[in-house]
Design a protein around this ligand. Structure first.
Ligand SMILES: NC(=O)N[C@@H](O)C(=O)O
Ligand code: NI
Length: 166
């Protein structure tokens, strides 16, 4: 019997140990363009390390996950951060874990709204993209460059995630 993981609402505070939430905030506003535009400034800072590395922008077109979902692995990117910003107007799941002696600890599952992006800090354990309901596009900022930027870990006992209730 797999251990079921609860789904939490995504908040800046709860996600802080793992990265940034990219969403409009009253304290991030800078009025620009003659007062016609709110600039929500520096909500996250992409990070890449290593000679010849650069930050790139990508679009991921994700297939929806099926539920109940068996969470059997996590990954991390030791050489760079990775951000996901939804482009399709739908919520999605974000799954992260603390590091425990080089392996992911108990995962935490967050339900992200269509107005919320996330930026995983460098080397933070997370599950690959989890789109919900239909094919969804996401704008991704992550790293291109030399070296291996992907570490995966497979659990001996997968966890289970139930379908999120809307
Ligand atoms: N492989 C890849 O670029 N995607 C993953 O890193 C992910 O977090 O979805
Ligand atoms: Ni990733």
């Amino acid at each position: 019997m797999s251990e079921r993981l609860a789904i939490e609402p995504l908040t800046r505070e709860a996600f802080a140990p793992f990265g940034d939430v990219i969403e409009c905030r009253a304290d991030s506003i800078r009025m620009i363009n003659g007062g016609t535009t709110e600039r929500h400034h520096a909500l996250a800072r992409p990070e890449v390390v290593g000679e010849g590395a650069s930050v790139i922008l990508n679009i991921f077109r994700g297939q929806p996950r099926r539920f109940p979902y068996s969470l059997d692995m996590m990954e991390r990117h030791p050489l760079g951060s990775q951000s996901f910003s939804p482009l399709s107007g739908r919520p999605y799941l974000v799954v992260v874990s603390p590091d425990e002696d080089g392996r992911p600890g108990r995962p935490r599952v967050f339900l992200a709204g269509a107005h919320q992006g996330v930026n995983y800090h460098r080397n933070v354990w997370h599950h690959p993209l989890m789109a919900l309901g239909t094919v969804c596009d996401f704008l991704i900022a992550d790293r291109e460059g030399p070296g291996n930027n992907l570490e995966e870990f497979f659990f001996d006992n997968p966890y289970e995630i139930e379908e999120p209730t809307p």
